[in-house]
Write a protein that binds this ligand. Sequence first.
Ligand code: LLP
Length: 436
Amino acid sequence: MLDLVFPDTAEVAAGGHLTLGGCDVVELAREHGTPLIVYDRATIEARASSYSAILGADHVYYASKAFCCIAICELLEGLGIGVDVCSGGELLTALTAGFPADRIIFHGNNKSVDELVSASEAGVGRIAVDSMDELERLSKVPGHSRLLLRVTPGVEAHTHEFVQTGQEDSKFGFPLGDGVALDAIARAQELDGYELIGLHAHIGSQIFELAAFELAARRLAALAARARDDFGFETRELNLGGGLGIAHTDDEMTPDPQEATARLQEIATDSFEEAGLQAPEVCVEPGRSLIGAAAITVYEVGTVKEIPGVRTYVSVDGGMSDNIRPALYGARYEAKLANRMDARPGPLVAVAGKHCESGDVLIKEAHLPADVSPGDLLCIPATGAYTYSMASNYNRVPRPAVVLVEGGRATEIVARETASDLLRFDRHLDGAPVEA
Ligand code: LLP
């Protein structure tokens, strides 16, 4: 077991090679090419069971936006948990992977009629209703799903602190102010076929402190109390969304998901009981904290440019097309050399991608060995969430392959894109298909 940010099964073998799930990462790179995303099955299973152990598997919904592909959905389906989808494409993936429709919750602030029809026809277990327009659309779509009302509790959590947004400035959900959420509860109860069973709130992502959840739960309990008093509506289910953070660098601490989940359940129960209500069934939708720590991305170093007195740029064969998070959010990562894990770190260097953009820097300050050279395999841990799922073909760079490792075996679960994939949707000037 290596330090905090690597997957649980990470080890350093005798020759200094990184191994994951019993597989030598250098061999994996040789066989599957780079960039390569390697998921450790044991880490995913362990994280999923941290949640299930507290809430029961049927109260845990994997937020598939973190990384959505058939094999990962199949794996999580097998663990008995549910899945949160927020588009027709994620819904299709979950259904194709064999998720029973009643273990699917359908989200989105602008679900189309087609998406609502597909969800209803599939018989999804829950729809998180997001707006009055959606309630209107649903009234024309026959269905039997249970509904949760997505509420914006006016609490927006950031990584280490939270703010209360007075105007509940969000495109998602019903605001608590002005009785809007109460009106929506009344309207949702009238919908034919559907059954409103509870409330939902997702207050942010990469959250390390639970205080923001507590304030949100209190506000939801107050709403639930009003809804009971005004129209006898009983909130049977409370879904607190996702958002638990993970460490991406050695100086961050990952909250223990099992302890945090137990605390969330306590917070929800206490808030409702203090408001004179029956404690609801508590559900969560972890994305990053379930899958983020389970993967590393492996790149090959191609160019090392030293600018004396300024900085050294170590450029790798991927970049912002496979991990947009540093460029988009200023996200911080660490790197190591998978072929020389035991080499001593030298002066700080920048790890850059291969894209035609100065901002394509994956890590501004990385602790790499001083003699890092072309051909070294650089790996970035904690890249399992919101990397491949947000990948693009910027500069016509193909998306990487993804493998899942376990017990010394690696299975390719997403194939590397090929040159002809890149031209697949192009047409010639006269509209004719392109032969790659
Ligand atoms: N439930 C709902 C309704 C959500 O909108 C989200 C994430 C989650 C659950 C899962 O949250 P998690 O446990 O992963 O924090 N692209 C950003 C993160 C966007 C999260 C959007 N919603 C990033 O790379 O940091």
